[in-house]
Structure formats: C-alpha cells, structure tokens
Design a protein around this ligand. Structure first.
Ligand code: NAD
Ligand code: WQD
Length: 364
C-alpha cells in the first residue's frame, strides 16, 4: 500500500541511505536531498540498486538545506510531501570544537529552513529528527539504563549543543504551531552496514568511532586499535555503550513516520514525570522523544572480542590512556520506543559486526 511522499535530508549519508531503503520497502515514496558534504553521488545509484522494485519510489535532488532558496526549490518540485526525516547535519564531535560556527550554522540553519518549509509548503508538517544520546551526557549509575525522562545535561561540545538546541527549537515550534507533529529519535551508537554491502559508513580520514577503526585495522589500513582506557568503573574497565544496528535504526524511522502520520488528531497522552524540559510540548500530544538503542550495554573489549570471534580476523589492539571527554558508560532503556512505536532492535551483535566487516571488504 502506498503511504505518501517523505522528504529525507542527508539521504546519501550513513543513516539516511539505510532509511531510504527501509522507507521504500514499507511503501513510502521518498525524495532524498543531500549536498554531498559528507557523502558521494554514487550512493544514489547504490540505493537504487538495493531498492530495485520496492513498492515506494526514490527521487533524488542535490541541494543544500542551509540555503533557503535551493531548499525551497525541492518543495516547489514536490508539492505532495507529507513528512520529513531530517538527517542533514555535520556530526564530527571533535571537529565541532574547532569549527563551532560551521556546526551552529549548518545544523541549526538547516533545521530552521526545514521547519519553515514544512509548515508553508508541505501537506502536513510531520518531522522526525535525528537526535542523539549525547543529550544525556554522563548519567549517574542509578539512571542506567537511561530513560527519555532523565535529566538532560549540558553537552560538552558544539555538536552536542546543536542537538539539544534542535530539540528545544522543535518542541517550542510544536507548542506554537498547531500543524506540527514531531518525533525526536535519540540514537545511541549506530554501527554496521546493509547486508548487500552496497551502502555503509564512510568515515572521512582517520576514523574517530570505534567500529570503523576496528574494521580498518582488521583490513590492514591501521596498524592497531587503541582501546581508550581499561580503568573505568565497569566490569572489564573499558567504556560501555549501546551499539545499535543501522538497519534496525532505519526501521525505527519507518515506525516513527507511521506514528506521526497516524496520530495527527490524537489526544494528549499523560507523561510519567520527570525532569523533562518539554512538559508543555508533551502536553500537546504532538511532541515525542524516543530512545533508539538495544537496551544492552557492551564494553569496548567485549565488542573487540566479538569481532574477532565472528570474523576470525586477528585484530591487534593495545590498551592506552582514556580519551578526553569520554563518558564511562551509557545504554538505553528502549521500553518507550518498543511500546509506542512497536519497534525493537533485534539483530545480534555478531551479525552486525559481520556486516561492518563485509562493508569494509567491499570498499577495497
Ligand atoms: P552522515 O554525515 O553520514 O550523513 C549526513 C548527510 O547529510 C551527509 O550525506 C551530508 O552530505 C549531508 N548534509 C550535511 N549538511 C547538509 C546540508 N546543509 N544540506 C544537505 N545535506 C547535508 O551522518 P549520519 O551518521 O548518517 O548521521 C545522520 C544524522 O544522525 C545526523 O544529524 C547526526 O548528527 C545524527 N546522529 C548520528 C549518530 C552517529 O553516530 N552516526 C549518532 C546520533 C545522531
Ligand atoms: C565508542 C567507545 C571510546 C575509538 C560518539 C559521539 C556521540 C554519538 C556517537 C552522534 C568509546 C572507544 C573509540 C577508538 C576506542 N554521535 N574507542 N578506540 O564516543 O560513544 O559517541 O558517536 O551523535 O555523540 O560522541 O562513540 O565510537 O567514538 O566510541 O577505544 O579508536 O569506543 O573510548 O568508549 P562515542 P565512539
């Protein structure tokens, strides 16, 4: 069944490309937008190859979401958009410390343009936003696994601040504008690649994130992996995260969009509370925040061992000092997204790591 036309910004990026695949598989038509700031134009064809005869159609437009004129042209060409999933942003946490204005300009201006255009040009202003577990900072032990109602701590980096600001901008907009309906999805640590190995994560230069560093080391591009610290207050001393398969994450976006399109006239749902700064927005019933994680914490050393086990590749690694700014441990309580979105992340970690390895091998 055809479900309507969805705009995806950042459509050729890591998470965006996987989401185009899942949305078209579920019957949505998609118009993808990207300026190739952190992706390449061949991804458009690769997505096309994967989706083949999926029920939904995929259109693509090169445009910069931070340029109001260029972005508006997309809406002029596609007047039937019923929802948007907003991935387009700069996302390198360290880089944001050195180039804060780039991050504030691109991440905030693109969002402001999107909100205006969705309100003025789209059929309905349904928006799914890519937020991040970075908004929680380092939770206290008793807060883990972390719920959406946990206190939000001031992020350490401009990147993290743009995510918190974006949540504020969207929740204030929901209060002010009755035609807006928003889901903010707080992703934990997305990893892995599509089983076709046609799309996956393309780190720029030396990877900062764990899994691409592991796969590049296993492929001989890097000499060894540095494990940043084994003296944390965790069972094996290394940091703990919630690693979520990118395809499971992409499916969460389909569920979130289904929810938004179905619940425009829904009555406000009472919220358990809380430390949420969003109680006014929550009361409208048009603002929702969901953790998108597995609910399982995995340590760096556990992940390395699992990678070696499933791939059979002998990965060289060394324990070194802590990385500045790292939090010791965080993992999600995904109960709310499981219940309200009818979604869960069920791909086993070993399969996910194998998909990352196959993608690395395909890149040769
Ligand atoms: P990515 O860099 O692979 O994808 C982002 C895409 O947006 C890229 O293709 C880039 O070219 C495009 N883009 C950037 N600015 C643009 C602009 N002004 N106009 C048009 N296109 C633009 O990143 P990703 O990992 O797929 O992340 C997607 C979103 O999810 C981002 O908002 C990111 O902050 C968020 N997120 C990512 C992670 C993660 O670990 N990957 C975790 C939490 C949240
Ligand atoms: C994971 C673990 C490292 C590399 C970042 C952003 C966060 C979110 C997801 C967007 C940590 C350890 C890593 C290495 C290592 N992004 N590590 N050796 O730091 O949880 O989160 O990406 O919103 O905002 O900060 O992910 O993959 O960098 O690190 O030991 O070479 O792996 O110390 O414990 P992180 P990561």
């Amino acid at each position: 069944m055809k479900k309507g036309l969805i705009l995806i910004t950042g459509a050729t990026g890591y998470i965006g490309s996987h989401t185009v695949v899942e949305l078209t598989a579920s019957g949505y038509d998609v118009v993808g937008v990207d300026n190739f700031y952190n992706s390449t134009d061949d991804i458009v064809g690769r997505i096309g190859k994967i989706i083949g005869n999926n029920e939904g159609k995929f259109y693509f437009e090169k445009a910069d979401c931070s340029d109001p004129v260029e972005f508006e042209r997309v809406f002029e060409k596609y007047p039937n958009i019923v929802g948007a999933i907003h991935f387009a942003a700069c996302k390198a946490v360290n880089e944001s410390v050195h180039k804060p204005l780039l991050y504030y300009r691109n991440n905030i201006v693109s969002l402001l343009n999107l909100i205006r255009l969705m309100r003025e040009r789209a059929q309905t202003a349904n928006i799914v936003f890519s937020s991040s577990c970075t908004v929680y900072g380092q939770p206290e032990m008793e807060e883990l696994p972390i719920k959406e109602t946990a206190v939000l701590r001031r992020p350490l980096t401009p990147y993290g601040k743009t995510k918190q600001m974006a949540e504020e901008i969207l929740s204030d907009s929901v209060v002010a504008y009755e035609n807006m309906n928003v889901c903010a999805l707080r992703y934990f640590n997305p990893i892995g690649a599509h089983p076709s190995a046609l799309i996956g994560e393309l780190p720029n230069g030396v990877p900062q994130n764990l899994v691409p560093y592991i796969t590049q080391t296993a492929a001989g591009i890097r000499d060894h992996l540095s494990v940043f610290g084994d003296d944390y207050d965790t069972p094996d001393g290394s940091c703990i995260r919630d690693y979520i398969y990118v395809v499971d994450l992409a499916k969460a976006h389909v569920k979130a969009m289904d929810k938004l399109l179905g619940r425009e006239k829904a009555a406000p749902v009472p919220q358990e509370n809380n430390n949420s700064p969003y109680t006014t927005a929550e009361a409208t019933g048009r603002w929702r925040v969901y953790n998108i994680g597995t609910g399982k914490g995995v340590s760096v050393l556990e992940l390395v061992k699992e990678f070696i086990k499933v791939t059979g590749v002998n990965l060289k690694y060394e324990i070194v000092g802590r990385r500045e700014g790292d939090i010791s441990q965080v993992w999600a309580d995904p109960t709310k997204s499981c219940k309200e979105l009818n979604w869960s992340a069920d791909t086993p970690l070993g399969d996910v790591l194998l998909s990352a390895w196959r993608w690395q091998e395909a890149l040769k």
